[in-house]
Design a protein around this ligand. Structure first.
Ligand code: AG3
Length: 274
């Protein structure tokens, strides 16, 4: 049996590895190195610059948690924008809410979309919906153009280091704040509370801009053992408040209203970090 392993370095001293059955596709786009590999334990995986973005086995956890938490906080999420998320998993979850009328997906790297369409159809199929408008653009510049336009903004980006660096800055969150309506909500993936060097600063930057903000937790086996975080920035609604009148009609495998509330309960050592 071939003994090929994929390894992601989370820090200088912490790596996570899994066996690879097949390397299905690799390409160097103008923005990053893209690969699709097959693993016996995680299924098909999309890698960007050697960092795992999504796997067919565990993607539901991340995509349900990044989408349903902000959408269930909002009474009428009609207009949603996703920054990044070219694999389409977040779009698929957002469209499970019948209230959503229009989704704009702003992805800087067109190749991520095309490769996901070809190799990860079970994740990317919703990109073809008539409610979705795909824009190949830098999300950083895109949000600057609008004011009071969106109900929910979802930042489904890679970790800072590649093209995403500025998507964790205070200036960007200020532009997101502007682009949201008066009761708008944003969420961003903010990494591992213990191993991602940007976690603390990202949470702090969001807190400086939004009246209500808080990280929430999930556990995503594909990224690493332990917690992964998302952070909410909200203009009006409280983070753990599931809006009265909202009933989840979406078919989910991870998200429930109980999980929603529980995800905001932080272990003491994480609470003390922020
Ligand atoms: N978005 C990025 C998740 C961060 C992964 N980080 C890592 N492996 N170090 C995932 C895109 C899914 N739509």
């Amino acid at each position: 049996m071939l003994d090929i392993w994929f390894t992601e370095n989370h820090t200088e001293g912490y790596r996570v590895s899994w066996r690879v059955d097949k390397i299905l596709y690799t390409e160097k786009s103008p923005f990053q190195e893209i690969a699709v590999i097959e693993s016996p334990d995680l299924g098909r995986a999309l890698l960007l610059n050697n960092m795992v973005q999504t796997t067919t086995r565990f993607e539901f956890i991340y995509h349900e948690m990044i989408a349903h938490v902000p959408l269930m906080m909002h009474p009428r999420p009609k207009r949603v924008i996703i920054i990044g998320g070219g694999d389409g998993g977040t779009v698929r979850e957002v469209l499970k809410h019948p209230a959503v009328e229009a989704v704009e997906l702003v992805e800087i790297d067109e190749r991520v979309i095309e490769i996901s369409k070809e190799w990860l159809p079970e994740i990317s199929f919703a990109l073809g919906s008539h409610k979705v408008n795909i824009l190949i653009e830098d999300g950083l510049k895109y949000v600057k153009r609008y004011s009071s336009r969106y109900d929910v903004i979802i930042v489904d980006c890679t970790d800072p280091g590649g093209p995403s660096l500025e998507l964790f800055s205070r200036g960007f969150y200020q532009d997101v704040f502007q682009a949201l309506k008066d009761d708008g909500i944003m969420v961003s993936q903010t990494g591992s509370p213990t191993f991602s060097p940007h976690f603390k600063q990202a949470v702090e930057n969001i807190r400086q801009v939004f009246p209500h903000s808080k990280p929430y937790l999930t556990s995503e086996p594909a990224y690493m053992a332990g917690f992964w975080t998302f952070t909410i920035g909200s203009k009006e609604y409280k983070f753990d408040h599931i809006n009265a009148g909202r009933v989840l009609t979406a078919d989910t495998r991870y998200y429930t209203p109980e999980i929603h509330r529980a995800a905001f309960v932080l272990p003491k050592y994480i609470d003390q970090l922020i």
